[in-house]
Design a protein around this ligand. Structure first.
Ligand code: 13P
Ligand code: SF4
Length: 305
């Protein structure tokens, strides 16, 4: 049954010239079928360079929307059209316009986890992989950073010569982890390295040996001599960590599950390939062209490390 499903997906992928991208938090069976699994920055770059006719994006809405903006002539499919990112919806166009008026001269940096309309009113976008370098690349001394307050504060701690004004948004999956839980895990695994996503609270990042994007963590895990690694991000990353590092032990926090990232199954992938019109992402003009400027600038900025 599952083999039959996989065969049908593979056949349609070839027949329709599809690039299949999956985020690092997707379900294992989805990751295992994708052409590329990665973090937001890697997947955005792949989407912007692809010569496939269709991009099938297993992730959440802002990711597929960004792929569409970066490759407007392509058909971009989101298998679960209701897979959103609640943090992206914590900043809206009207509030951003009003806030910009309060901070004349401030540059606007929007995390890629944001809506197309918010990107359209931003000077540049960033991901967790390049936020520090994006902010450093700007001449402005004052930065309005949205929607993630934790990524804003993390970036501010690395870029001391600029004033960063954080938006009050947050990711409930990452913001829910507290210092006490980390201290308990560290006590249970005293030799373990601890790495965390910059969407975590400051009190958690202060306990971390490294803060990095999801693919940054994969790189760190590979390069580290530690045999035990505590992972402060969505639990889906453990699949790739274990696959790529079979001799190491990864300790996650079981409560860190993004329900939206887990919505997509292989049956949804097949449905999207068979019913492309129902899954196609559309971004109207002038939003698309305005947002594209901010995203094109983002993909040109290298990773933090
Ligand atoms: P990355 O860009 O690190 O993959 O993270 C995306 C995300 O949604 C984190 O919650
Ligand atoms: Fe959004 Fe958080 Fe899920 Fe990432 S983990 S997609 S930031 S809700």
């Amino acid at each position: 049954m599952i083999e039959n499903l996989k065969q049908k997906i593979e056949m349609l992928i070839k027949e329709k010239n599809v690039l299949f991208l999956a985020h690092n938090y997707q379900r294992p069976e989805v990751q295992d079928m994708a052409h590329h699994v990665g973090d937001s920055l890697e997947l955005s770059i792949l989407a912007s360079k692809s010569d496939a006719d269709i991009i099938l994006f297993a992730g959440v809405h802002f990711m597929a929307e960004s792929a569409k903006i970066l490759s407007p002539d392509k058909l971009v499919l989101l298998p679960k059209i209701d897979a959103g990112c609640p943090m992206a919806d914590m900043a809206d166009e009207e509030s951003l316009i009003a806030t910009k008026k309060k901070h004349p001269g401030a540059a606007v940096v929007s995390y890629v986890n944001s809506t197309a309309k918010v990107k359209a009113h931003s000077d540049i976008c960033c991901t967790s992989a390049n936020a520090v370098r994006v902010v450093q690349s700007l001449d402005a001394k004052k930065i309005l950073f949205l929607p993630d307050r934790n990524l804003a504060m993390y970036t501010a701690s690395k870029v001391r010569d600029k004033e960063i004004i954080p938006w009050p948004g947050y990711c409930s999956v990452h913001d829910n982890l507290d210092a006490k839980e980390v201290i308990e895990q560290k006590a249970a695994h005293p030799d373990a390295m601890f790495m965390a996503h910059p969407e975590c609270r400051q009190e958690v990042l202060e306990l971390a040996d490294y803060a990095a994007s999801t693919s940054g963590m994969l790189k760190l895990a590979k390069e580290s001599d530690s045999k035990e690694i505590i992972v402060g991000t969505e639990i889906g990353l453990i699949h790739r960590l274990e696959k790529e590092n079979p001799t190491k032990e990864f300790i996650g926090f079981r409560k860190m599950v993004c329900a939206n990232m887990k919505k997509t199954g292989l049956d949804d992938i097949l449905h999207a390939l068979e019913n492309v019109d129902e899954h196609a992402i559309q971004v109207p003009e002038p939003t698309l062209s305005m947002a594209k400027k901010a995203l094109d600038k983002m993909v040109a900025v290298p990773r933090n490390f």
